[in-house]
Design a binder for this molecule. Sequence first.
Ligand SMILES: [Zn+2]
Ligand SMILES: [Zn+2]
Length: 151
Amino acid sequence: MDQQKSTASLRQYLKASGYSFTKQRRKVFDCLILNHPIAMHELLIKLNDSMDPVSVYRTIDLFEKLNIVQRINFGWKYKLELTDNFVNHHHHLLCLGCGKVININQAEIETFIGYTAAKQGFLASSHQLEIQGYCRSCLTEAKKTVNRRVV
Ligand SMILES: [Zn+2]
Ligand SMILES: [Zn+2]
């Protein structure tokens, strides 16, 4: 979904929930479109010039309540991301080495989750799937270090 369209849908979405479309809400939302997922402290830094932290926290609280934003859990940490109402459904690979997050979108995963739930007579309405591990460049780096040690 392009940014213009998303911003228009945020306006409608807030209105439908009885909230107004303010400059600050728009700012937080735009930041989430450009950087997803993002940790709270990263969001605070990005918005530092134009918003005070309390307003950012308040806006995120509201966005979570209205299902505009969701938390993605990586171990005991979490990152924030727009929900499927605003971005295309996807999952994440999180690198434990460098912290990079890769968004993945694989139809087979969706089919498999639906099938697994249906086998139990269960109608799946939502799910999260986050995979932790090491990215290609961290693995290459690790190999280099091992080789250096051998030499
Ligand atoms: Zn990495
Ligand atoms: Zn999925």
